[in-house]
Design a protein around this ligand. Structure first.
Ligand SMILES: [Zn+2]
Length: 310
């Protein structure tokens, strides 16, 4: 009816959409989302385009994508769709829940070619953003979540096969050293041969070795393997075999365990690993593992010394 008024309003909205799009102000997002709901396809197209531009200035990606997706996928006006699709690209991985719809749109021959191309291009951009996001995630400190530098990543991977930032790296190192100290303090279980050990599992191993007259040295001072100071639990000098009882179950200790096992392997050392669940079958397991190194023990006598029992 009042066409003059309509035209004036339309002109104002177009101007507003253009201005907001150029504002570089993330706060403008809300008003632009409002403009996406206007009757004018031109205003919707300009608002969509402007929302895309705001991506680089910190506009909230969730709100932007939530507003853009219906325009991109369902707007009756193809150019409004095209610009909304272009704008979606700018918000990268945030648009991932719309990937299937974008793929469908890209292969829908009922819509304009340029809409299909824009949909295809948006889907590609989102996939690439997801890929980059995953790559970056691998370079975050697993302890505090902070993003790490390439050097921090490399250094901590080498030491722990994990990614830590430098402050966390130092703390883990300190915790490890404290753990070593605690090991000394924990040594209070006495094996039959008089050796002070730090756990029931180690006591059983010590007792098994002495009852089979196998000479052992327990918990010697550090040895240097390939530049790393490591301390074996048991060393059997006559057989040149090491036995490690992996009794602790904390994540940090497991990191140490992997590194330690790797070092034994690299240096060609003969290592027998015993884990807590194997404790009840210690006799069988030690026999089997020693046999692998060519050392066969006489069969266990009947009910025996009790190592095969619970
Ligand atoms: Zn950290």
């Amino acid at each position: 009816m009042n066409t003059h008024m309509d035209r004036r309003l339309h002109h104002e909205s177009v101007q507003r959409a253009l201005d907001l799009g150029r504002s570089a102000d993330p706060e403008a997002l809300e008003e632009m989302i409002g403009l996406l709901r206007t009757q004018s396809a031109e205003v919707r197209r300009l608002a969509a385009s402007g929302i895309g531009k705001l991506a680089g200035f910190g506009a909230d990606p969730q709100s932007a994508v939530r507003a853009l997706a219906p325009i991109a996928l369902r707007d009756p006006h193809p150019q409004a769709r095209q610009y909304a699709l272009k704008a979606l690209k700018a918000y990268g991985a945030t648009g991932k829940s719309h990937l299937n719809d974008l793929d469908d749109l890209a292969s829908n021959d009922q819509v304009k070619d340029y809409v299909r191309r824009a949909a295809h291009s948006a889907a590609e951009a989102i996939r690439e953003a997801i890929r980059l996001e995953r790559e970056n995630a691998r370079h975050k400190c697993i302890r505090c979540g902070r993003e790490t530098s390439a050097e921090e990543h490399t250094k901590s991977q080498q030491a722990f096969q994990r990614t830590y930032c430098d402050p966390c790296f130092d703390e883990i190192f300190l915790a490890r050293r404290n753990f070593e100290t605690k090991v000394e303090l924990n040594k209070q279980i006495t094996a039959k041969a008089g050796t002070l050990v730090q756990s029931d599992g180690e006591r059983k191993i010590a007792d098994w070795l002495s009852s089979h007259n196998i000479a052992y040295r327990y918990d010697e001072r550090y040895r240097i393997l390939n530049g790393h100071a490591i301390r074996p639990d048991f060393y059997l000098p006559e057989l040149d075999v090491y036995i490690e009882y992996w009794g602790m179950d904390t994540a940090d200790y497991k990191i140490g365990m992997l590194k330690k096992q790797q070092l034994y392997q690299q240096e060609g050392k003969r290592l027998i690993s015993i884990h807590p669940p194997e404790k009840p079958r210690l006799d069988t397991i030690l026999r089997q593992k020693l046999a692998l190194f060519g050392y066969n023990l006489p069969p266990a006598p009947g009910s025996g010394v009790g190592f095969g029992e619970r």
